[in-house]
Write a protein that binds this ligand. Structure first.
Ligand code: CA
Length: 238
């Protein structure tokens, strides 16, 4: 039985979500206060966290950030705000998906199932990839896929977030081919995510800032109206 932490200060909403989750056979813990929610999230093992954005004591973004420093527990942000900036900043702080209030409970349940399914698939694929230690090279980057570490030829480690890493690897796996924004969204955030394609642009920018060499052409080529691609050195010269 999956165990879900609900951090929500609107008590009626929290209770409603809790009842619905119980009805679906989830085990639930509810906290109405941000600090207590964070304590639970860190001290217990949950399969997913439903996290409100505006909370007393500690806001949802800060909770997501601190949970993410310690754990990979999937987080779905529940936010009343509806701007790309808030969504991106939620995702940036480590949330896996978000849902805009007011929401239909069916939508929340669907997102929760999607997140839990994704974790299961990731766990399965990680146990496969760990067994085959692999080094991938792209331009001056060396990627140890088993440890998900990226470094330059000079040995300097490039600190990438999980999504930046997945974005880079998806592009490299499709080297010399265009990967559309939709493909990237589906690959990195999951086929059922609520995330808009302009979030991909934001993450490509983050990734470029980390891997590109200043003053040189970007490693990631924008293919106008389509998506992105990375190419081998030879192709660029051609
Ligand atoms: Ca609130």
């Amino acid at each position: 039985m999956a165990k879900i932490l609900i951090i929500e200060d609107e008590k009626n909403l929290a209770r409603f979500v809790q009842l619905e989750l119980k009805h679906e056979n989830y085990e639930t813990v509810v906290e109405n206060n941000g600090r207590k929610g964070l304590e639970d999230a860190l001290s217990q093992d949950f399969d997913a966290i439903l996290l409100d954005l505006m909370l007393p004591d500690l806001n949802g973004l800060e909770i997501a950030r601190r949970v993410r420093q310690a754990k990979t527990t999937p987080i779905i942000m529940m936010t009343a705000r509806d701007s790309v900036i808030d969504r991106v900043s939620g995702l940036d702080h480590g949330a896996d998906d978000y849902i805009i209030k007011p929401f239909a409970i069916e939508e929340l349940l669907a997102r929760l199932r999607a997140v839990l399914r994704r974790v299961k698939i990731e766990k399965e694929s990680q146990s496969v990839s760990v067994s085959k230690q692999q080094i991938v090279r792209f331009k001056d980057l060396t990627i140890e896929t088993a440890n998900r570490i990226v470094h330059r030829g000079d040995g300097k480690v490039i600190d990438l977030t999980k999504r930046e890493y997945n974005l880079l690897m998806t592009l490299i796996e499709n080297k010399n081919n265009v990967v559309s924004r939709d493909q990237l969204l589906s690959k990195i955030w999951g086929p059922e995510s609520n995330i808009e394609t302009n979030v991909v642009e934001v993450y490509v920018r983050y990734l470029r800032n980390k891997i590109d060499i200043p003053g040189r052409p970007s490693y990631i080529k924008t293919v106008r109206g389509t998506g992105y691609m990375v190419r081998d050195e030879e192709d660029v010269r051609r």
